[in-house]
Ligand binder design. Structure first.
Ligand code: AMP
Ligand code: GLY
Length: 427
Protein backbone atom coordinates (compact mmCIF):
# COMPACT_ATOMS: atom_id res chain seq x y z
CA UNK A 1 0.00 0.00 0.00
CA UNK A 2 1.49 3.35 -1.03
CA UNK A 3 1.11 6.07 1.55
CA UNK A 4 1.25 9.86 1.38
CA UNK A 5 1.96 11.80 4.57
CA UNK A 6 1.36 15.54 4.54
CA UNK A 7 3.61 17.74 6.66
CA UNK A 8 7.24 18.53 7.29
CA UNK A 9 7.95 18.12 10.99
CA UNK A 10 9.30 15.61 13.45
CA UNK A 11 5.77 14.26 13.74
CA UNK A 12 5.65 13.38 10.05
CA UNK A 13 9.13 11.86 10.16
CA UNK A 14 8.01 9.69 13.10
CA UNK A 15 4.77 8.71 11.31
CA UNK A 16 6.72 7.70 8.22
CA UNK A 17 9.26 5.75 10.30
CA UNK A 18 6.47 3.90 12.09
CA UNK A 19 4.28 2.92 9.14
CA UNK A 20 7.38 1.85 7.24
CA UNK A 21 7.82 -0.98 9.78
CA UNK A 22 4.62 -2.65 8.63
CA UNK A 23 4.85 -5.43 6.04
CA UNK A 24 1.78 -3.88 4.39
CA UNK A 25 3.59 -0.63 3.71
CA UNK A 26 4.51 0.00 0.09
CA UNK A 27 6.18 3.22 -0.98
CA UNK A 28 6.00 6.21 1.36
CA UNK A 29 5.79 9.78 0.13
CA UNK A 30 6.08 12.79 2.39
CA UNK A 31 4.98 16.21 1.23
CA UNK A 32 6.92 18.37 1.59
CA UNK A 33 8.94 16.38 4.15
CA UNK A 34 12.37 17.47 5.38
CA UNK A 35 16.04 16.51 5.32
CA UNK A 36 15.36 13.31 7.27
CA UNK A 37 12.12 12.00 5.78
CA UNK A 38 13.86 11.32 2.47
CA UNK A 39 15.67 8.45 4.19
CA UNK A 40 12.34 6.75 4.93
CA UNK A 41 10.53 7.61 1.73
CA UNK A 42 10.35 10.10 -1.10
CA UNK A 43 9.83 13.78 -0.47
CA UNK A 44 7.38 15.52 -2.77
CA UNK A 45 7.81 19.21 -3.23
CA UNK A 46 4.20 20.28 -2.81
CA UNK A 47 2.21 22.45 -0.48
CA UNK A 48 -0.60 20.73 1.43
CA UNK A 49 -2.68 23.88 1.04
CA UNK A 50 -2.87 23.19 -2.66
CA UNK A 51 -5.46 20.39 -2.73
CA UNK A 52 -5.30 20.07 -6.51
CA UNK A 53 -1.57 19.32 -6.31
CA UNK A 54 -2.17 16.77 -3.55
CA UNK A 55 -4.80 15.18 -5.78
CA UNK A 56 -2.38 14.87 -8.71
CA UNK A 57 0.27 13.34 -6.45
CA UNK A 58 -2.23 10.78 -5.19
CA UNK A 59 -3.08 9.75 -8.74
CA UNK A 60 0.48 9.80 -9.99
CA UNK A 61 1.88 7.65 -7.17
CA UNK A 62 -1.07 5.32 -6.77
CA UNK A 63 -1.57 6.38 -3.15
CA UNK A 64 -3.98 4.24 -1.15
CA UNK A 65 -3.70 6.03 2.18
CA UNK A 66 -3.43 9.73 2.95
CA UNK A 67 -2.27 10.72 6.44
CA UNK A 68 -2.70 14.38 7.21
CA UNK A 69 -0.10 15.46 9.79
CA UNK A 70 -0.87 19.11 10.67
CA UNK A 71 -4.18 20.78 11.49
CA UNK A 72 -4.29 23.48 8.83
CA UNK A 73 -5.30 21.37 5.85
CA UNK A 74 -7.86 19.54 8.02
CA UNK A 75 -9.48 22.76 9.22
CA UNK A 76 -9.40 23.99 5.61
CA UNK A 77 -11.32 20.96 4.37
CA UNK A 78 -8.81 18.69 2.66
CA UNK A 79 -10.79 15.62 3.71
CA UNK A 80 -14.05 17.10 2.41
CA UNK A 81 -12.28 17.80 -0.87
CA UNK A 82 -11.55 14.11 -1.42
CA UNK A 83 -14.79 12.83 0.06
CA UNK A 84 -16.73 14.91 -2.46
CA UNK A 85 -15.18 13.01 -5.39
CA UNK A 86 -16.30 9.46 -6.03
CA UNK A 87 -13.02 8.55 -7.74
CA UNK A 88 -11.44 8.74 -4.26
CA UNK A 89 -14.00 6.51 -2.55
CA UNK A 90 -11.34 3.89 -1.93
CA UNK A 91 -8.71 6.29 -0.67
CA UNK A 92 -8.16 5.72 3.03
CA UNK A 93 -7.81 9.04 4.82
CA UNK A 94 -6.51 9.57 8.33
CA UNK A 95 -7.86 12.90 9.52
CA UNK A 96 -11.31 14.39 10.19
CA UNK A 97 -13.38 16.51 7.82
CA UNK A 98 -13.77 20.25 8.39
CA UNK A 99 -16.71 19.71 10.74
CA UNK A 100 -14.69 17.37 12.99
CA UNK A 101 -11.64 19.62 12.72
CA UNK A 102 -13.61 22.43 14.38
CA UNK A 103 -12.68 20.77 17.68
CA UNK A 104 -9.30 22.38 17.11
CA UNK A 105 -10.19 25.12 14.63
CA UNK A 106 -12.54 26.90 17.01
CA UNK A 107 -11.96 27.03 20.74
CA UNK A 108 -15.51 28.31 21.18
CA UNK A 109 -16.95 25.36 19.25
CA UNK A 110 -14.85 22.95 21.35
CA UNK A 111 -16.00 24.61 24.56
CA UNK A 112 -19.67 24.47 23.56
CA UNK A 113 -19.23 20.84 22.51
CA UNK A 114 -17.75 19.98 25.92
CA UNK A 115 -20.59 21.78 27.68
CA UNK A 116 -23.20 19.88 25.63
CA UNK A 117 -21.62 16.57 26.57
CA UNK A 118 -20.71 17.28 30.19
CA UNK A 119 -17.00 16.96 29.57
CA UNK A 120 -14.98 18.58 32.36
CA UNK A 121 -13.26 21.78 31.22
CA UNK A 122 -12.53 25.28 32.52
CA UNK A 123 -15.43 27.71 32.73
CA UNK A 124 -15.25 30.45 30.10
CA UNK A 125 -16.83 33.50 28.48
CA UNK A 126 -16.71 34.30 24.79
CA UNK A 127 -15.57 37.84 24.05
CA UNK A 128 -16.33 39.67 20.80
CA UNK A 129 -16.56 43.35 19.82
CA UNK A 130 -20.13 43.29 21.09
CA UNK A 131 -19.34 42.54 24.72
CA UNK A 132 -15.69 43.66 24.90
CA UNK A 133 -16.44 46.71 27.10
CA UNK A 134 -18.68 44.77 29.40
CA UNK A 135 -16.23 41.86 29.85
CA UNK A 136 -13.18 44.07 30.35
CA UNK A 137 -15.07 45.67 33.20
CA UNK A 138 -16.35 42.40 34.58
CA UNK A 139 -12.84 40.89 34.61
CA UNK A 140 -12.34 42.53 38.03
CA UNK A 141 -14.51 39.83 39.44
CA UNK A 142 -12.53 37.07 37.74
CA UNK A 143 -9.70 35.52 39.77
CA UNK A 144 -6.19 35.81 38.30
CA UNK A 145 -4.30 34.41 36.49
CA UNK A 146 -6.29 35.38 33.41
CA UNK A 147 -6.34 32.93 30.52
CA UNK A 148 -7.16 34.37 27.08
CA UNK A 149 -7.51 32.15 24.04
CA UNK A 150 -7.95 33.23 20.44
CA UNK A 151 -10.85 31.26 18.98
CA UNK A 152 -9.15 30.23 15.75
CA UNK A 153 -5.80 28.78 14.73
CA UNK A 154 -2.91 31.01 15.75
CA UNK A 155 0.07 28.73 15.20
CA UNK A 156 0.35 27.80 18.89
CA UNK A 157 0.60 31.46 19.92
CA UNK A 158 -3.07 32.09 20.63
CA UNK A 159 -3.04 31.55 24.40
CA UNK A 160 -2.08 34.36 26.76
CA UNK A 161 -1.84 33.84 30.50
CA UNK A 162 -1.18 36.76 32.79
CA UNK A 163 -1.45 37.58 36.51
CA UNK A 164 -2.06 41.29 35.99
CA UNK A 165 -5.55 42.59 35.39
CA UNK A 166 -4.16 45.54 33.46
CA UNK A 167 -2.16 43.30 31.11
CA UNK A 168 -5.11 40.99 30.67
CA UNK A 169 -7.37 43.87 29.67
CA UNK A 170 -4.79 45.23 27.27
CA UNK A 171 -4.21 41.81 25.71
CA UNK A 172 -7.91 41.24 25.35
CA UNK A 173 -8.30 44.54 23.49
CA UNK A 174 -5.28 43.71 21.35
CA UNK A 175 -6.78 40.40 20.38
CA UNK A 176 -10.40 41.38 19.77
CA UNK A 177 -10.24 45.05 18.77
CA UNK A 178 -6.71 45.03 17.36
CA UNK A 179 -7.33 41.67 15.63
CA UNK A 180 -3.88 40.50 16.70
CA UNK A 181 -4.40 37.17 14.92
CA UNK A 182 -6.79 38.49 12.28
CA UNK A 183 -10.00 36.53 12.04
CA UNK A 184 -8.66 33.96 14.51
CA UNK A 185 -8.95 36.48 17.35
CA UNK A 186 -12.24 38.08 16.32
CA UNK A 187 -13.56 35.94 19.15
CA UNK A 188 -11.60 35.20 22.31
CA UNK A 189 -12.31 32.95 25.25
CA UNK A 190 -11.67 34.28 28.72
CA UNK A 191 -11.10 31.11 30.63
CA UNK A 192 -10.79 30.06 34.25
CA UNK A 193 -7.20 29.14 35.17
CA UNK A 194 -6.78 25.49 36.07
CA UNK A 195 -4.05 24.69 38.55
CA UNK A 196 -2.38 21.35 38.07
CA UNK A 197 0.04 19.38 35.96
CA UNK A 198 -0.51 18.77 32.27
CA UNK A 199 -0.64 15.48 30.42
CA UNK A 200 -1.78 14.62 26.90
CA UNK A 201 -3.83 11.67 25.73
CA UNK A 202 -4.22 10.50 22.16
CA UNK A 203 -6.69 8.24 20.44
CA UNK A 204 -7.16 6.87 16.98
CA UNK A 205 -10.86 6.63 16.20
CA UNK A 206 -13.06 5.51 13.32
CA UNK A 207 -16.04 7.42 14.70
CA UNK A 208 -17.49 4.42 16.50
CA UNK A 209 -14.63 2.84 18.34
CA UNK A 210 -11.30 4.12 19.49
CA UNK A 211 -7.96 2.90 20.74
CA UNK A 212 -6.01 4.87 23.30
CA UNK A 213 -2.36 5.45 22.39
CA UNK A 214 0.36 5.93 25.03
CA UNK A 215 0.03 9.20 26.95
CA UNK A 216 2.74 11.88 26.93
CA UNK A 217 3.84 15.10 28.52
CA UNK A 218 5.40 17.86 26.49
CA UNK A 219 7.42 20.92 27.45
CA UNK A 220 6.14 23.96 25.58
CA UNK A 221 8.11 26.83 27.06
CA UNK A 222 11.47 27.82 25.67
CA UNK A 223 13.13 28.23 29.07
CA UNK A 224 14.08 25.73 31.73
CA UNK A 225 11.58 25.09 34.51
CA UNK A 226 8.83 26.14 32.09
CA UNK A 227 9.71 29.79 31.73
CA UNK A 228 9.71 32.20 28.79
CA UNK A 229 7.79 32.09 25.55
CA UNK A 230 5.64 29.25 24.30
CA UNK A 231 7.09 27.14 21.51
CA UNK A 232 5.72 24.26 19.48
CA UNK A 233 7.33 21.95 22.05
CA UNK A 234 10.90 21.51 23.31
CA UNK A 235 10.69 17.89 24.41
CA UNK A 236 8.35 15.15 25.52
CA UNK A 237 8.16 12.06 27.66
CA UNK A 238 6.04 8.89 27.64
CA UNK A 239 4.72 7.24 29.81
CA UNK A 240 3.62 9.77 32.43
CA UNK A 241 3.43 7.83 35.64
CA UNK A 242 1.22 10.18 37.64
CA UNK A 243 -1.44 9.27 35.07
CA UNK A 244 -2.00 6.00 36.89
CA UNK A 245 -4.71 3.43 36.32
CA UNK A 246 -7.35 5.33 38.32
CA UNK A 247 -6.60 8.60 36.52
CA UNK A 248 -6.69 6.90 33.12
CA UNK A 249 -10.03 5.40 33.95
CA UNK A 250 -11.39 8.88 34.70
CA UNK A 251 -9.92 10.21 31.45
CA UNK A 252 -11.59 7.43 29.54
CA UNK A 253 -15.05 7.59 31.14
CA UNK A 254 -15.32 11.35 31.66
CA UNK A 255 -13.51 12.64 28.60
CA UNK A 256 -12.64 10.23 25.80
CA UNK A 257 -15.84 8.21 25.68
CA UNK A 258 -18.20 11.22 25.88
CA UNK A 259 -16.16 12.96 23.17
CA UNK A 260 -16.45 10.06 20.73
CA UNK A 261 -20.12 9.52 21.57
CA UNK A 262 -20.78 13.25 21.36
CA UNK A 263 -19.31 13.42 17.85
CA UNK A 264 -21.39 10.45 16.83
CA UNK A 265 -24.61 11.87 18.29
CA UNK A 266 -24.01 15.12 16.47
CA UNK A 267 -23.50 13.30 13.18
CA UNK A 268 -19.82 14.15 12.81
CA UNK A 269 -18.08 11.29 11.01
CA UNK A 270 -14.65 11.37 12.53
CA UNK A 271 -11.77 9.22 11.37
CA UNK A 272 -8.36 10.13 12.68
CA UNK A 273 -6.47 11.16 15.76
CA UNK A 274 -7.79 13.15 18.68
CA UNK A 275 -5.29 14.73 21.01
CA UNK A 276 -6.66 15.63 24.42
CA UNK A 277 -4.64 18.30 26.22
CA UNK A 278 -5.51 17.77 29.87
CA UNK A 279 -4.72 19.22 33.28
CA UNK A 280 -4.78 17.01 36.33
CA UNK A 281 -6.49 19.12 38.99
CA UNK A 282 -6.15 17.27 42.27
CA UNK A 283 -6.60 13.88 40.62
CA UNK A 284 -9.39 14.94 38.25
CA UNK A 285 -8.74 15.46 34.54
CA UNK A 286 -9.97 18.63 32.77
CA UNK A 287 -9.68 19.36 29.06
CA UNK A 288 -7.70 22.47 28.11
CA UNK A 289 -7.74 21.77 24.41
CA UNK A 290 -8.58 19.33 21.68
CA UNK A 291 -6.33 18.87 18.69
CA UNK A 292 -7.44 16.91 15.67
CA UNK A 293 -4.01 15.48 14.89
CA UNK A 294 -1.07 14.05 16.73
CA UNK A 295 1.18 16.35 18.75
CA UNK A 296 4.69 17.38 17.87
CA UNK A 297 7.01 16.41 19.60
CA UNK A 298 4.65 14.02 21.44
CA UNK A 299 4.44 11.73 18.39
CA UNK A 300 8.18 11.17 18.64
CA UNK A 301 7.69 9.46 22.03
CA UNK A 302 4.20 8.00 21.56
CA UNK A 303 4.81 6.02 18.36
CA UNK A 304 7.97 4.22 19.53
CA UNK A 305 5.90 2.92 22.47
CA UNK A 306 3.29 1.24 20.25
CA UNK A 307 4.06 -2.42 19.79
CA UNK A 308 1.10 -3.22 17.56
CA UNK A 309 1.52 -2.85 13.79
CA UNK A 310 0.60 0.82 13.49
CA UNK A 311 -0.40 0.67 9.85
CA UNK A 312 -2.84 -2.13 10.71
CA UNK A 313 -4.45 0.22 13.24
CA UNK A 314 -4.70 3.00 10.67
CA UNK A 315 -6.19 0.69 8.05
CA UNK A 316 -8.74 -0.56 10.60
CA UNK A 317 -9.62 3.04 11.49
CA UNK A 318 -10.13 4.00 7.85
CA UNK A 319 -12.23 0.86 7.25
CA UNK A 320 -14.29 1.42 10.42
CA UNK A 321 -13.04 -1.80 11.89
CA UNK A 322 -11.23 -0.63 14.98
CA UNK A 323 -13.53 -2.87 17.04
CA UNK A 324 -11.54 -5.74 15.62
CA UNK A 325 -8.14 -4.54 16.87
CA UNK A 326 -6.10 -4.53 20.01
CA UNK A 327 -3.33 -2.16 20.90
CA UNK A 328 -0.27 -3.23 22.79
CA UNK A 329 2.32 -0.86 24.26
CA UNK A 330 6.03 -1.24 24.81
CA UNK A 331 6.97 -1.09 28.46
CA UNK A 332 10.01 1.13 28.06
CA UNK A 333 10.16 4.89 28.57
CA UNK A 334 10.69 7.22 25.63
CA UNK A 335 11.96 10.78 25.89
CA UNK A 336 12.64 13.26 23.17
CA UNK A 337 14.67 16.46 23.30
CA UNK A 338 14.15 19.02 20.56
CA UNK A 339 17.27 20.81 19.39
CA UNK A 340 16.38 24.25 18.06
CA UNK A 341 17.87 27.26 16.30
CA UNK A 342 19.18 30.22 18.29
CA UNK A 343 16.42 32.83 18.58
CA UNK A 344 13.51 30.39 18.33
CA UNK A 345 10.54 30.86 18.92
CA UNK A 346 11.15 34.41 17.73
CA UNK A 347 13.44 35.32 14.85
CA UNK A 348 16.01 32.63 14.04
CA UNK A 349 18.54 31.97 11.33
CA UNK A 350 18.35 29.17 8.80
CA UNK A 351 20.86 27.57 6.48
CA UNK A 352 23.52 26.52 9.00
CA UNK A 353 25.26 23.29 8.14
CA UNK A 354 24.49 20.44 10.53
CA UNK A 355 27.29 18.09 11.47
CA UNK A 356 26.14 14.67 12.58
CA UNK A 357 28.39 12.30 14.53
CA UNK A 358 27.49 8.98 16.07
CA UNK A 359 23.83 9.18 17.06
CA UNK A 360 23.09 5.48 16.97
CA UNK A 361 21.82 5.56 20.56
CA UNK A 362 18.77 7.65 19.58
CA UNK A 363 15.98 7.75 17.03
CA UNK A 364 16.54 11.00 15.15
CA UNK A 365 13.37 12.70 13.90
CA UNK A 366 14.10 15.64 11.66
CA UNK A 367 11.97 18.79 11.65
CA UNK A 368 13.57 21.99 10.34
CA UNK A 369 16.25 20.42 8.18
CA UNK A 370 16.80 20.20 4.46
CA UNK A 371 19.39 18.97 2.01
CA UNK A 372 21.20 21.67 0.13
CA UNK A 373 23.92 20.89 -2.36
CA UNK A 374 24.45 17.53 -0.71
CA UNK A 375 24.70 19.00 2.79
CA UNK A 376 22.23 18.87 5.64
CA UNK A 377 21.33 22.39 6.78
CA UNK A 378 18.95 23.97 9.30
CA UNK A 379 15.66 25.07 7.82
CA UNK A 380 13.43 25.93 10.77
CA UNK A 381 13.17 26.80 14.45
CA UNK A 382 12.84 23.27 15.70
CA UNK A 383 15.59 21.44 13.88
CA UNK A 384 15.65 17.86 15.13
CA UNK A 385 14.14 15.74 17.92
CA UNK A 386 16.29 12.99 19.38
CA UNK A 387 14.31 10.20 21.00
CA UNK A 388 15.94 7.99 23.60
CA UNK A 389 14.45 4.73 24.82
CA UNK A 390 15.29 3.29 28.22
CA UNK A 391 14.02 1.20 31.06
CA UNK A 392 13.24 4.38 32.98
CA UNK A 393 13.08 8.14 32.43
CA UNK A 394 16.69 8.75 33.50
CA UNK A 395 18.03 6.22 31.03
CA UNK A 396 15.89 7.48 28.15
CA UNK A 397 16.87 11.09 28.80
CA UNK A 398 20.56 10.35 29.09
CA UNK A 399 20.39 8.93 25.56
CA UNK A 400 18.47 11.95 24.22
CA UNK A 401 21.15 14.23 25.68
CA UNK A 402 24.21 12.21 24.75
CA UNK A 403 22.85 11.95 21.21
CA UNK A 404 22.62 15.74 21.23
CA UNK A 405 26.33 16.03 21.99
CA UNK A 406 27.05 14.40 18.66
CA UNK A 407 25.04 16.72 16.50
CA UNK A 408 25.87 20.36 16.02
CA UNK A 409 25.32 23.58 14.09
CA UNK A 410 25.92 27.25 14.68
CA UNK A 411 23.54 28.40 17.42
CA UNK A 412 22.17 25.01 18.51
CA UNK A 413 19.93 25.36 21.58
CA UNK A 414 17.93 22.93 23.74
CA UNK A 415 16.36 22.58 27.16
CA UNK A 416 18.46 20.59 29.58
CA UNK A 417 15.60 19.83 31.97
CA UNK A 418 13.05 17.84 30.00
CA UNK A 419 11.07 15.69 32.45
CA UNK A 420 12.17 17.79 35.47
CA UNK A 421 8.69 17.92 37.02
CA UNK A 422 8.11 14.19 36.54
CA UNK A 423 11.46 13.48 38.20
CA UNK A 424 10.38 15.65 41.12
CA UNK A 425 7.29 13.49 41.37
CA UNK A 426 9.54 10.46 41.63
CA UNK A 427 9.35 9.19 38.04
P1 AMP B 1 -2.88 25.60 24.19
O1 AMP B 1 -2.33 26.44 23.09
O2 AMP B 1 -4.36 25.52 24.26
O3 AMP B 1 -2.14 24.30 24.29
O4 AMP B 1 -2.47 26.33 25.55
C1 AMP B 1 -1.12 26.66 25.81
C2 AMP B 1 -0.82 26.41 27.24
O5 AMP B 1 -1.56 27.27 28.07
C3 AMP B 1 -1.19 25.02 27.73
O6 AMP B 1 -0.22 24.09 27.44
C4 AMP B 1 -1.32 25.25 29.21
O7 AMP B 1 -0.06 25.24 29.82
C5 AMP B 1 -1.86 26.63 29.29
N1 AMP B 1 -3.32 26.67 29.53
C6 AMP B 1 -4.29 26.66 28.59
N2 AMP B 1 -5.51 26.74 29.17
C7 AMP B 1 -5.30 26.80 30.50
C8 AMP B 1 -6.17 26.89 31.63
N3 AMP B 1 -7.48 26.98 31.51
N4 AMP B 1 -5.61 26.89 32.84
C9 AMP B 1 -4.26 26.84 32.99
N5 AMP B 1 -3.39 26.77 31.97
C10 AMP B 1 -3.90 26.75 30.73
N1 GLY C 1 3.21 19.90 21.22
C1 GLY C 1 1.95 20.51 21.17
C2 GLY C 1 1.22 20.34 19.92
O1 GLY C 1 1.55 19.58 19.04
O2 GLY C 1 0.20 21.00 19.79
Amino acid sequence: MNILILGSGGREHALAWKVKQSPKCGQIFIAPGNGGTDKVGTNLDLDAKNFAKVESAIKEHDIKMLIVGPEDPLVNGIVDHFRAKSEFDNLKIIGPDAEGAKLEGSKEYAKEFMKRHDIPTADSRTVTMENLQEITKYMERWDPPYVLKADGLAGGKGVIITEELRDARESLRDLVEGRKFGKASEKVLLEQFLKGIEVSFFVITDGNDYRILPEAKDYKRIGERDTGLNTGGMGAVSPVLFADRAFKEKVNTRIIKPTIEGLKKEGVKYCGFIFFGLINVGGDPFVIEYNVRMGDPETEVVLPRIKTDFLDLLIAAADQKLYDTEIEYERFTASTVVYVSRGYPEFYEKGHEISVGDIRSVLPFHAGTKKQEGKLVTNGGRVIALTGLGKNLGEALSKSYSGGENIDWEGKRFRGDIGFDLKELGQ
